[in-house]
Design a protein around this ligand. Structure first.
Ligand SMILES: Nc1ncnc2c1ncn2[C@@H]1O[C@H](COP(=O)(O)OP(=O)(O)OP(=O)(O)O)[C@@H](O)[C@H]1O
Ligand SMILES: [Mg+2]
Length: 284
């Protein structure tokens, strides 16, 4: 584990997030509407890490986009620190499955893109240097994205999100495209980063083990079968302090319950078939 540098003096405090009756309906190709999310109520404490699990297409990314102000709910609302979310809310930073770096800019300059508008040049340079150190990329500051590995590019993307100094960090399957070993390392890195900068984190993942390793709580999103639209089916508090023992019997039991909740054959998963590949698609 790396030793994380101290947080900057200007670090924004982590903020609580409150979702109240959040629903989202989209216009269907036939002109009608289709409910994707329905009645989502969730309170995320300041500094908490909450993982969102659910079948593909159930609305996880939509939910994250709504919290970030990149999309809007058609019913209910979201507040950060008791103030309603605004379009492209500056209190949030978002990290995606792919790094989305600008290929013609160096790693350092890509990270600098995340700095809040109006950051003084000197402060910005110091902040970027500190973040590159934090994610282990100090030596690669001048490299272009194609000159670093996928895991390194993803670390740069995480640093760019942190450069925003967010009160809420929203991560949408941030390690989904990485190989298994790099993924484990990135999970450890995220925990180090969170220890150094304890921002509130909402993490969408397909990986049950990742959720168990990283989250304080896991929220299972899905349909109850009766009405259209996904809501929170189950909330699980993950026991024990991080970093957790990946082989613990307690986590194995919880893993089984979560796989059941996702409708996955847990014996198949126990035989080594990745839960990530067996999470079903949402029945649209
Ligand atoms: N802008 C949009 N217009 C119409 N439909 C949309 C729009 N955005 C999302 N949807 C639909 O909402 C549903 C949920 O999409 P979303 O991307 O949130 O799912 P997800 O749970 O993140 O899936 P995955 O695990 O595959 O990433 C999908 O059926 C998608 O087609
Ligand atoms: Mg998604």
């Amino acid at each position: 584990m790396t030793t994380a540098p101290a947080a900057p003096a200007t670090a924004a405090p982590a903020a609580p997030v409150a979702l109240r009756g959040v629903g989202r309906a989209f216009t269907a190709p036939d002109g009608g509407t289709r409910d994707v999310l329905r009645g989502v109520d969730l309170d995320v404490e300041a500094g908490e890490i909450v993982a969102i699990l659910g079948p593909s297409g159930c609305g996880k990314s939509t939910l994250l986009r709504i919290v970030a102000g990149l999309d809007h709910p058609t019913s209910g609302g979201v507040a950060i620190d008791e103030a309603p979310v605004r379009p492209y809310d500056v209190r949030c930073a978002v990290g995606f499955q792919e790094p989305r770096l600008l290929p013609w800019r160096s790693i350092e300059k890509n990270v600098a893109l995340g700095l809040p508008r109006g950051t003084a040049r000197r402060d910005g340079r110091a902040q970027v240097a500190r973040l590159l150190e934090l994610v282990g990329l100090a030596e690669f500051a001048g490299h272009r994205p194609h000159e670093v590995s996928g895991g390194m590019a993803q670390r740069a993307s995480l640093a760019r999100a942190l450069a925003r100094n967010p009160e809420v960090l929203l991560l949408d399957e941030p390690f989904g495209a990485l190989d298994a070993l790099t993924r484990l390392k990135m999970q450890d890195l995220l925990l180090d980063v969170h220890a150094a900068e304890p921002t509130t984190v909402l993490l969408v993942t397909h990986d049950v083990d990742e959720a168990l390793q990283l989250a304080d709580r896991i929220v299972l999103l899905g349909s109850d079968g009766d009405a259209p639209g996904a809501g929170i089916r189950q909330t699980v508090v993950v026991p024990g302090h991080r970093p957790r023992d990946r082989g613990s019997a307690e986590l194995a039991e919880l893993r089984g319950r979560l796989l059941d909740g996702l409708g996955i054959d847990r014996h198949g998963a126990a035989r080594g078939i990745q839960a990530t590949t067996t999470i079903p698609h949402y029945p649209y």
